[in-house]
Write a protein that binds this ligand. Sequence first.
Ligand SMILES: C[S@@+](CC[C@H](N)C(=O)[O-])C[C@H]1O[C@@H](n2cnc3c(N)ncnc32)[C@H](O)[C@@H]1O
Length: 438
Amino acid sequence: MSVDAAQLAGSPEDEVKTLPGVESISSASQSAAVPPLQDNEEDSFYLTFPSANEQLTDAEFERACELIDYYIEEGNRIVPYCVERGRDPDLFDRGNVWQEGFVDFLGNMMLSKKYNNLNRMRLIAWHFSAYRLFDLSSVTEPPPSEWFNVFYSRGVEELPDDVDSLIHESYDPWHRMETLFPRLDNIIDKVDAKYLHSQPLRFGEIAASYRGFMVNGDSIRYWGGVAALYRTRVLEQIERKIAERGMCRVLEIGPGYGGLAYQLKKTYGDKLQFIAVDLVESLIYSSIYLTTLFKEKALFYTDEKVVTADNGLVFVPSFRSPEFFRAISDIDLCINTISMNEMTAAQVDYYAQAVSMCLAKDGIFFECNRDALRAGPGRIEVKSYIALQFAERLSVENTEVAGDGNLDIWSHALSPAIVTASEREYPASVLHYRRGVR
Ligand SMILES: C[S@@+](CC[C@H](N)C(=O)[O-])C[C@H]1O[C@@H](n2cnc3c(N)ncnc32)[C@H](O)[C@@H]1O
């Protein structure tokens, strides 16, 4: 199934690109934050609860409902669209760990278009970051039983109006927040503060004030990604691209609700075009989240041959991604974190080749996934598929990137500045640079 990456690279206009399972394809402000509740004045720390967030306006709610309708329709198109083009729909639909339960389980909550569910969407987005915001715990911890029926079980119709008192009755949020501080310190001490941003107080966020930021467990996850991008000087390369051509293109496969995208867009604004490729069910979350927080022109990709720079946000359903990858060949940075290790082998093979094809010559694939052994039976060795596509690989063990994956930076032509800077930044025991890995 694998295609020689050299065959895919470069992509002049008339070059024929192929992907596994796909026919040969010829290429042709943030809103103002509401001041947090001052819960603990003595310690000059603050905790913010959902009721103190800026609430969704009627217009934002309506728009969110339209996006849900849009993506339900898109979901209905997957099979006919693929069949018409001779593609296997399984390559573009939920597979492996995303196959079962997703629509029933989450659809009951999200697709019901209930105001409280959309306004408090962050409380039911735990499946993306493995951090359960409603009880400030990792999903590996069992949820408190009294919460199960409210947030966790099938058949949830709508979240209750008063979430704050449920939180206060169920656990001590201060204590749980405090346990995060050492890991946050580790990041804040290493990264220029201009790259780190508070959790936006929208969509039911619960956050603590800490060292000038509003934080929770998802800050660790997404700041971790930013920290690794900063420490390896990938952000410097992004800034060079912006200086050269006025913008950069960042593509994330499987961005979840959009937590890392938020951090990057807050730093670079409309100079960074953020492109999300994901399952339609997940695009519901990221499209609502990001288009509400950033009032930029958004493109809901269908089959455009050109994606212009003025689209600050681009949302590409997986089943339409062959058309997208055919059209684009200048992605500066592609990101995939704790995502490919949840797909089928055929899907990983497809995306590995697609990323190889759409990256700019010196573009970077920033990838952090679990290896097969850690992920358990039924999962596949993600890295072995990617290694077939790229000439250079920089591995960093035990980085701040959360989710216990292993970080690799892949490229067709990695800037020596990134290798040298990373060698200075990380101890030799955790850094491995290989050329000619393909
Ligand atoms: C565990 S979440 C991780 C989200 C985010 N990257 C993070 O690290 O928080 C996995 C993501 O991969 C996406 N995903 C799963 N299968 C996919 C597929 N076949 N194509 C594109 N995205 C997929 C999910 O929808 C979700 O957004």
